[in-house]
Ligand binder design. Structure first.
Ligand code: NAD
Ligand code: DAU
Length: 351
């Protein structure tokens, strides 16, 4: 059995990944560490039981002593690092948490992996590591910056991040690269496009718009609403990460994307239709500062080299997602009845 440390496994993608692995790949024992920030929610894992295959530990990835204790106790041989501050708008208001969690936290995990996996830890020239270990960094297409009307991001597109969030993710990617180049740590980096699906925190476009439709509240579209994102169902992202874990060539970066570009306003109109709301709710508000105009992922490398391809069509994925949020309004209510209400008022007050 392999022992995989999943970080940030109480968040949106991490919790989907934990469940995917437990259901589909029982050869892995999952140790999930999460600091349970505002975005971490154990309700996302309500149906996951502690036992032979699964353990949860509340732990901040910046806390090197606890991280090392877990590596030792659990004989960790694989890391998938989801833990991050993930919301661009919050990074514009308070960049520091992004620097400490996304960059310093990543470096703490890399150091633990190096310490526990290196065969001769006291020899700085020795690059040999235990057989079968791997560190996988879950990154984002945002590290490449913004595209104009044409072109796509490939794995060799220069990094050109524009927000404090994407800058912190790009910095983390560079540390991961450096630990591979300098020490020989076996790593992969995945860079994925916008995810959607169940358990996404309602600060993000799709669950936010859907919840506002349900409540009959204005739908705050930034700027002209013509910014473009490439949308991928979260379960396809999880399968992509697993594929890279199993088959990715060590030291390589793999883009993961859905070939599914949509303007924000198209998404908002789709949600209005699915929720049976009115387009009169659409309210154009001040644009996000430094707002990236367009993202598009060229996923040729992962599809041709590793045989991964998205399974969901957007039509099927969005229909299931809307149904999930409509059927699970209590889940959203538990979030929005807490601190999130203050965040929402503050974030959209002057827009
Ligand atoms: P999320 O905000 O829903 O979840 C983040 C999780 O990390 C939460 O459970 C939170 O409690 C935890 N966390 C935050 N700081 C921590 C710390 N210091 N120590 C331990 N745990 C901490 O985020 P998400 O949307 O699930 O994104 C997960 C990862 O995927 C992130 O690294 C993000 O950059 C990347 N990503 C996200 C998307 C997307 O569309 N959501 C796309 C590409 C890449
Ligand atoms: O591209 C991958 C990234 O996708 C991930 O790395 C990030 O963690 C994830 O949050 C997401 O970033 P975005 O900024 O693209 O996602 P968000 O849901 O915040 O916004 C999607 C688009 O919708 C973006 O162009 C901004 C716009 N938007 C968003 C909100 C919250 C609005 O117009 N109004 C809104 O209220």
């Amino acid at each position: 059995m392999k022992n995989i440390l999943v970080t940030g496994g109480a968040g949106f993608i991490g919790s989907n990944f934990v469940k995917y692995m437990l259901n589909e790949h029982s050869e892995y024992r999952i140790v999930n560490i999460d600091a349970l920030t505002y975005a971490g929610n154990l309700e996302n894992l309500a149906d996951v039981k502690e036992g032979t295959n699964y353990r949860f530990v509340k732990c901040d990835i910046r806390d090197s002593a606890t991280v090392e204790k877990i590596f030792a106790e659990e004989n960790i041989d694989t890391v998938v690092n989801f833990a991050a501050e993930s919301h661009v708008d919050r990074s514009i208001v308070d960049p520091q948490a992004f620097l400490t969690t996304n960059v310093l936290g990543t470096q703490v995990l890399l150091d633990a992996a190096k310490k526990f996996w290196k065969l001769n830890p006291d020899d700085k020239y020795d690059r040999s590591f235990r057989e079968g270990v791997k560190y996988l960094q879950v990154s984002t297409d945002e590290v490449y910056g913004a595209l104009g009307k044409t072109g796509m991001f490939t794995e060799t597109t220069p990094l050109s991040p524009n927000s404090p969030y994407s800058s912190s993710k790009a910095s983390a990617d560079l540390f991961v690269r450096a630990y591979h180049e300098t020490f020989g740590l076996p790593v992969n980096i995945t860079r994925c496009s916008n995810n959607y699906g169940p358990y996404q925190f309602p600060e993000k476009l799709i669950p936010l718009m859907l919840n506002n439709c349900i409540k009959g509240k204005p739908l705050p579209v930034y700027g002209d609403g013509l910014q473009i994102r490439d949308w991928l169902h979260v379960s396809d992202h999880c399968k992509g990460i697993y594929t890279v874990l199993e088959k990715g060539r060590v030291g390589e970066v793999y883009n993961i994307g859905g070939n599914n570009e949509k303007a924000n306003i198209e998404i908002v109109k789709l949600i209005i239709k699915a929720a049976g709301a009115s387009e009169e709710l659409i309210t154009y508000v001040k644009d996000r500062p430094g707002h990236d105009r367009r993202y598009a992922i060229d996923n040729t490398k992962i599809t041709t080299e590793l045989g991964w391809a998205p399974e969901y069509t957007f039509e099927q994925g969005i229909a299931e997602t809307v149904k999930w949020y409509l059927d699970n309004q209590e889940w959203t209510e538990h979030i929005i009845s807490g601190d999130y209400a203050n965040y929402y008022d503050k974030m959209y007050k002057n827009a």
